[in-house]
Design a protein. Structure first.
Length: 150
């Protein structure tokens, strides 16, 4: 069991494995959660995401079975179809990204490119959605923290 890591998460550093949760409430910002190990991230999704995401307790057993069926063995196998299946189970949040910090820095997939573009717009930096340069990484890590933690 993951002991409610999402509810009591400490935003003190950026770790190698990342999940981005986006609130379904309009204008409510999303949150990056980062973890030291891939297995830790997968376990949090498996054991906490439904409760954290507001899934109705009446259908929890069925939703848990659907979540476990949708979860790939590795974060490398997450794609839009997996995210869609998971997001259909959680009414309060959408999972917008599951991957590595390195993916966010340089991947050509849609979500990392979108985050880099948002970061550069926020920071007033040229470069749109291109991979981050080494001198941008510290500022990007700060960008990943919730506003109250920056």
């Amino acid at each position: 069991m993951s002991h409610k890591k999402l509810d009591s998460y400490k935003f003190d550093s950026i770790k190698p494995y990342v999940i981005y949760l986006e609130s379904t409430v309009p204008y409510d910002p999303g949150i990056f959660y980062t973890f030291e190990a891939e297995q830790e991230l997968l376990e949090v999704i498996k054991s906490e995401l439904l409760t954290f995401g507001g899934t109705d307790e009446d259908g929890m057993d069925q939703c848990q079975a659907e979540l476990e069926a949708a979860l790939p063995a590795s974060i490398a196998d997450f794609d839009e179809s997996v995210l869609d299946r998971i997001n259909a189970l959680i009414p309060l949040w959408n999972v917008g990204f599951v991957g590595t910090f390195q993916d966010l820095l340089s991947s050509n997939n849609e979500a990392p490119k979108w985050f880099r573009k948002e970061f550069r717009g926020y920071a007033g930096i040229e470069g749109e959605d291109s991979p981050l340069s080494p001198n941008e990484i510290d500022d990007f890590k700060t960008f990943m923290l919730p506003e109250l933690e920056r």
